[in-house]
Design a protein around this ligand. Structure first.
Ligand code: NAD
Length: 495
């Protein structure tokens, strides 16, 4: 049984409701997770609120020591965390290890918090008057994360929020909840005081309780667009600062002058890595001009080499989908696309997996001649399904990308620097790759999409993360000297 982690300890009070946690490679329910009630969430938030004043007063030096210690722990035990991810999410071990690495980089970024939090100072803004700016923590903040990166997405926020002097309540996905608990235990081992980082498991009831709770000052959410919109609206209506990162439909534009082997490698890696369950996965290849047949042939030939199976088995490159229900939904999109006239070039429905038949399998699937009206194009599928849309020109490709409601990531493949430069300028997407299919920014830049891929205006981590988890204050100060005196009702000006 997986339960909450509150005040430096496992929760002992049980739960009225529990959820099932599957092993996606075997299809077996391996354990259950407690689902918090609103009253349970109150208890957890109270623990975080109680810890907040002392943590805020803890020096930057001491906060940094905890983060450095956590960095060492995660670095030393990265394989253990990766195994936990694979067991509940299904992604192959090497992919889970990559996720841990990207999360680790945020901890490393947060170790620089003394520099990141430095304010400004102006001496003598007026005669005998100095002004400085500081950034202070918000108090209790909530993080609500999706199933597809059970360690990395919490780590986009938690180290920075803590480094800034906040206390945190994390509500991870109930589908793969163990990684969060392990991180919380390790933070405690690293010296984080009890109550500074808490994990509460749950579903809509727990999320709603966090969104409505008066002591929760800010919410960082990552998940699907309908829930992101809901979280943003409900959280901001309750007076909170909210950043809600949503879903995606990432297009990869391939111009006629591109290196087609490079493009095909990239399309396959970015389309089928983590079985397409990445918000930065490429789901649409836009073949411009005459490249279509050649490109589709090269992609198809590469797919034949991919081994789908249990992520713990050596040699498997693509794991199962997260649940049986999700696999069935993805399969229904493939069937709908086929009925609507798309050509099924590679059919993952007939995959022979390297794992038990009861696992949630779907092999890599390639659809050609997909058109914008088809559901396989309009909806975020979040599975190993790559659609190819053919267009005649760069302008048509750009129109397609910019006409899509999502704006998370995109890529252009070309050998023409001018075309690439024009694309990065004109495209209405938050993260752009040039001959790079998954342009996920490093920890010291900020991650976030545009349009229906982000509600709010702060991206995750980097400078925007530090900004999100703090609020600014400007102090103007005058120490009396013998020349002071006199009332003035005029607006202060600089003299
Ligand atoms: P999801 O929206 O189903 O769940 C996300 C979180 O919201 C979970 O913690 C879940 O418990 C909670 N939740 C679910 N339904 C809810 C409801 N009705 N009310 C309140 N809370 C609810 O998303 P998911 O399936 O876990 O994750 C996949 C989605 O996340 C995809 O759409 C993917 O694109 C997106 N995602 C986006 C990014 C990004 O950076 N933009 C990153 C990762 C994943």
């Amino acid at each position: 049984m997986i339960t909450h982690f509150v005040n430096g300890q496992s929760w002992t009070a049980g739960a009225a409701r529990v959820g099932e946690v599957f092993d996606p490679a075997t299809g077996v329910v391996q354990t259950h997770v407690d689902l918090a009630s609103a009253a349970d969430v109150d208890t957890v938030v109270a623990a975080a609120a109680k810890a907040a004043p002392a943590w805020r007063q803890t020096s930057l030096a001491k906060r940094t020591q905890v983060l450095f210690a956590m960095r060492e722990i995660v670095n030393a035990r990265r394989d253990e965390l990766a195994a936990l991810i694979t067991a509940e999410h299904g992604k192959v071990l090497s992919d889970a290890a990559g996720e841990v690495q990207r999360g680790l980089e945020i901890i490393e970024y947060a170790c620089g918090i003394p520099t990141l939090l430095r304010g400004g100072f102006s001496e003598g803004v007026s005669t005998g008057v100095d002004t400085w700016s500081i950034r202070q923590p918000l108090g209790v903040v909530a993080v609500i994360s999706p199933f597809n990166f059970p360690a990395m997405v919490p780590l986009w926020f938690v180290p920075i929020a803590i480094a800034c002097g906040n206390t945190v309540v994390l509500k991870p996905s109930e589908k793969d909840p163990s990684a969060s608990v392990r991180l919380a235990e390790w933070f405690t081992e690293a010296g984080l005081p009890d109550g500074v980082f808490n994990v509460v498991h749950g579903d809509k009831e727990a999320v709603d309780a966090l969104l409505d709770h008066p002591d929760v000052r800010a919410v960082s959410f990552v998940g699907s667009t309908p829930i992101a919109r809901y979280v943003y609206e409900r959280g901001t209506a309750a007076g909170k600062r909210v950043q809600a990162l949503g879903g995606a439909k990432n297009h990869m534009v391939v111009l006629p002058d591109a290196d087609l082997d490079l493009a095909a490698d990239a399309a396959v890696s970015a389309g089928f890595g983590s079985a397409g369950e990445r918000c930065m996965a490429i789901s649409v290849v836009v073949a411009v001009g005459t490249v279509g047949d050649d490109l589709v042939g090269r992609i198809a030939s590469r797919i034949g080499d991919i081994r789908t199976g249990d992520g713990r088995r050596p040699g498997c490159e693509m794991g199962p989908l997260v649940t049986g229900a999700h696999r069935d939904k993805v399969v229904s999109y493939v069937s709908a696309g086929q009925s609507a006239g798309a050509t099924v070039v590679v059919d993952g429905r007939s995959v022979v997996p390297d794992g038990p038949a009861e696992g949630f399998w779907l092999g890599p699937t390639l659809l050609d001649h997909v058109r914008p009206g088809m559901s396989v194009y309009t909806d975020e599928i979040f599975g190993p399904v790559l659609s190819v849309v053919r267009v005649d020109s760069y302008e048509e490709a750009l129109e397609l990308v910019n006409g899509n409601p999502y704006g998370n990531g995109t890529a252009i493949f070309t050998n023409d620097g001018g075309a690439a430069r024009r694309f990065q300028y004109e495209v209405e997407v938050g993260m752009v790759g040039v001959n790079v299919p998954i342009p996920v920014p490093m920890a010291y830049y900020s991650f976030g999409g545009w349009k229906a891929s982000l509600f709010g205006d702060s991206h995750a981590h980097g400078a925007e993360g530090v900004h999100f988890f703090t609020r600014g204050k400007v102090v103007t100060s005058r120490w009396l000297d013998p020349s002071h005196g006199g009332v003035t009702l005029g607006f202060p000006t600089h003299t």
